[in-house]
Design a protein around this ligand. Structure first.
Ligand SMILES: NC(=O)C1=CN([C@@H]2O[C@H](COP(=O)(O)OP(=O)(O)OC[C@H]3O[C@@H](n4cnc5c(N)ncnc54)[C@H](O)[C@@H]3O)[C@@H](O)[C@H]2O)C=CC1
Ligand SMILES: O=C1O[C@H](COP(=O)(O)O)[C@@H](O)[C@H](O)[C@H]1O
Length: 251
């Protein structure tokens, strides 16, 4: 039977990468949600709900009949001020989890970020840790260590997921996404190359978040980069993630 999937933040960069890769997937019935209305220059594979995730009523309505949620909507700026991350990233995420539980949704994949752990990149460790021969690695079992308020909001989204899993049995996977760019990794940016996530690996990873069975997980969402300082072993093990790209293959 087809799975009904709610994709929040569908108009954004990550949402578009996922839809590019999975739009033809016949096993999914998409419901797309964004506060920005769809633009005429793109094809959307499902019903489009124009709503703000801080609007509890609208989110509850959008959640009806949904099996899995890919929750991407939020302010992605690392410089985002508290006035924005509090409503968009924290309140909005709590509204999504709460509505998911009430609607009997099975699983939620939450778009967390490398910035939830950005402060591990100390002056002593960088830039060496961005390089292939350095052994420092984070694997998702470490405590969050944000270096900005945006990172704080993502760490909070992870903790909210823990709560909704433990109290209500919701399956939650928090994907600490690295740096998504199209066609090739960031140029002249070692950090970005170490945490590159290609578009096709992004679509595949979120596909696995819909299909796999899990309880509560924190995984890193990057391609199989030689330079990586984030382990992707947990994503491989629990989700069956098999990335095909590596920033080292791009000059
Ligand atoms: N692009 C990247 O490399 C990374 C992205 N992420 C996370 O992935 C998610 C998506 O990021 P991007 O696609 O890059 O950002 P984006 O800005 O391109 O897309 C975000 C979308 O969410 C929508 N949105 C924002 N606040 C909303 C609200 N209150 N209600 C409804 N819709 C709202 C926006 O209209 C936009 O279409 C974000 O949560 C971001 O923090 C995390 C790490 C890296
Ligand atoms: O969470 C995010 O991280 C990526 C990578 O961070 P950066 O500091 O190396 O640029 C960023 O591009 C993206 O906008 C943000 O949402």
């Amino acid at each position: 039977m087809a799975q009904s999937v709610l994709l929040t933040g569908a108009s954004g960069r990550v949402g578009q990468a996922i839809l590019e890769g999975l739009a033809d997937e016949r096993e999914y019935e998409w419901r797309l949600l964004d506060r920005d209305p769809p633009t005429g220059d793109r094809d959307y594979p499902g019903e489009f709900v124009v709503a703000d995730i801080t609007d509890e009523e609208a989110v509850r309505e959008a959640m009806e009949g949904i099996d899995a949620v890919l929750h991407l909507a939020g302010d992605p700026r690392k410089t985002a001020p508290w006035e924005s991350v509090l409503p968009n990233n924290i309140d909005g995420t709590q509204t999504v989890y709460e509505a998911a539980v009430d609607a009997g949704v099975d699983k939620v994949a939450f778009a967390s970020s490398n910035h939830a752990v950005g402060a591990y990149e100390t002056d002593e460790r960088t830039p060496d840790m961005y390089r292939e021969d350095d052994e420092f690695q984070l694997d998702g079992t470490e405590l969050p260590r944000p270096g900005n308020l945006y990172g704080v909001s993502k760490a909070t989204g992870e903790i909210l997921g823990r709560y909704y899993h433990d109290e209500y049995g919701l399956s939650v996977v928090c994907v600490r996404i690295g740096n998504l760019t199209k066609d090739h990794p960031p140029i002249d940016y070692e950090r970005g190359q170490a945490m590159w996530l290609s578009h096709r690996d992004c679509a595949h990873l979120f596909d696995r978040c819909i299909r796999a069975e899990y309880d509560y997980e924190v995984v890193y969402g990057i391609s199989d980069n030689d330079r990586k300082y984030y382990s992707i072993e947990r994503a491989r093990e629990v989700l069956g993630y098999e990335p095909r790209d590596n920033s080292a293959d791009h000059g």
